[in-house]
Every structure is written in C-alpha cells, then in structure tokens.
Write a protein that binds this ligand. Structure first.
Ligand code: NAP
Length: 229
C-alpha cells in the first residue's frame, strides 16, 4: 500500500472507538470517525489533527445515515473499515427478567446494523483491505459461561451474520475480523474491568495491522489468537 492509509471508524464518540481513532492518528493514518451527534472528545482530537481527522455523523441503526456517508465518501479508498458501535443493556438479566426492547435493541445495534453497515460500505475497501467489527470474547458460544447472556447472544448473532457475509462474498479478498478487545474499563465495561483502554487498543490496532492482506474471516482476540466460535 502506498501513501497515507485511511481508517473509517464507525461509532467513535467515546470509549474504545475514540481510542482506535486516536491510536491510528498517532500512527500517521488519516481517519474518518463517526458519531451519532456532537462528540467533544472527537472535536478536541480534530483540533490536534486538523489535516488527518474527518468527523462524520452516522447512527448505525439508521440505514439512511450510513448510505449518506457512503455517498459522501464516493471515490475514496478506506484501508480499514472498523465498525465499533455497540450497546449493553440488562447485563445481569435472563430472558425472564429483561425488558424485551432491551434485547431487541442489542440485537439491532450489535448484530444486524453492523453487518448492514458493512454491506453498504464494503466497496470503499479495496482488495487487500480490512473490514473489522468489534465483537467480544462473550460472543463465543463454545466458551459461554452465562455472563452478560443477553449481550453475549447479540455478539454471537453478530458472529453468525458475519459467517453468512463471508460465505456470500467468498470472492472478496478482504481480511474480515471479528475483534475481541478484552474486558476494558469504559462506560460499557465498567470500573471493575481488568484492562485500561491503553492496555487494549494499541494491541487491537497491531492485530488489525498483522491481518492486512490476509483474506477470509477470523474471530480473534487482541493478541491475534483465534477464539472458538
Ligand atoms: N468495554 C469492553 O469491555 C468491551 C469488551 C468487548 C467488546 N466491547 C465492544 O466494543 C465496542 C465499544 O464498546 P465501549 O466499551 O467503548 O462502549 P461505550 O463506551 O459504551 O461506547 C459505545 C460506542 O458505541 C456508540 N454507539 C452506540 N449505539 C450507536 C448507534 N446506534 N450508532 C452509532 N454509534 C453507536 C456510542 O455512541 P454514543 O456516544 O452516541 O452513545 C459509543 O461511541 C462495542 O461494540 C462493545 O460491545 C467492549
């Protein structure tokens, strides 16, 4: 790849998405970062990196905003498309105690919408480029412990939808990554999480880099170790 590489990070207002943006900017990349609305942390980053950071508005659950972004980016090359957006609701609950709408919201935001966004944005990524989605260690059915079971189910559904995507687009020469970043202290991860953002995200970016040019779907942790589906 020649020239400055570009990453498009969808869901970058705070937490891990914001950290991904900052990490790639620090490594000399151009970054297109999306938020649902105004994000003060992204605005601050844009003043530090005025010529390398572009901020766009996308709500991943609103396909129109994703399509509008695709239109605005017409003709651009995105080396890494990273869908990070996600939510966690009713983390202690089982189906008998949870609000049905919380489960449906997680299925929409964590599984359906990310893969729809990949379908809409995929042709911005050239052959040899990378499409990554933030999954979770909790998305592994083989390793399930019952922890955060409703959220975990939405990440397992994401993994399944990407299996389908990979089969449908078997001729694409993209690296397709379902990323497990570890349990990280963010608004979602909470203060008991074992990793700081700084202990996770640089390794995630190294791992994405290590997969450059390797076509096919992989479900991997931040050390690039494969996880059981
Ligand atoms: N933290 C962990 O331990 C951990 C572990 C495994 C996987 N993950 C995954 O990592 C990703 C980021 O998590 P985080 O810990 O950084 O969570 P977070 O601090 O709660 O941040 C979530 C991000 O997703 C965005 N988002 C939510 N719904 C969206 C929508 N409909 N459209 C666009 N953006 C949306 C949020 O934007 P707003 O500011 O607009 O709400 C925010 O930028 C998620 O996919 C999560 O499931 C996290």
């Amino acid at each position: 790849m020649t020239g400055q590489s570009t990453a498009l990070v969808v869901g970058a207002s705070r937490g891990l998405g914001l950290a991904l943006v900052e990490e790639w900017l620090g490594r000399g990349w151009r970054v297109i970062a999306t938020a649902r609305g105004r994000s003060d942390p992204l605005e601050k980053l844009a003043t530090r990196f005025p010529s390398s950071l572009e901020v766009e508005v996308v709500d991943i659950n609103d396909a129109g905003t994703v399509r509008a972004l695709r239109e605005r980016l017409g003709g651009r090359r995105v080396d890494v498309l990273f869908i990070n957006a996600g939510i966690a609701r009713d983390i202690e609950a089982s189906p008998v105690g949870a609000r049905e709408t919380d489960f449906l919201d997680m299925m929409l935001t964590n599984a359906f919408s990310p893969v729809r966004a990949v379908e809409i944005l995929r042709d911005l990524v050239p052959t040899g480029g990378t499409i990554a989605i933030m999954s979770s260690e909790l998305g592994s059915i083989a390793n399930a412990t019952g922890s955060w079971q409703l959220y975990a189910s939405s990440k397992a559904a994401l993994n399944m939808l990407m299996k389908g995507y990979a089969a449908k687009h078997a001729d694409d020469r993209h690296a397709l990554l379902l990323v497990a970043p570890g349990w990280v202290r963010t608004e979602m991860g909470g203060s008991d999480a074992i990793l700081s953002v700084e202990q996770s995200i640089p390794l995630v970016v190294d791992m994405v880099d290590a997969n450059r040019g390797k076509a096919g779907l992989r479900y991997v942790d931040r050390f690039n170790n494969p996880l059981p589906w």
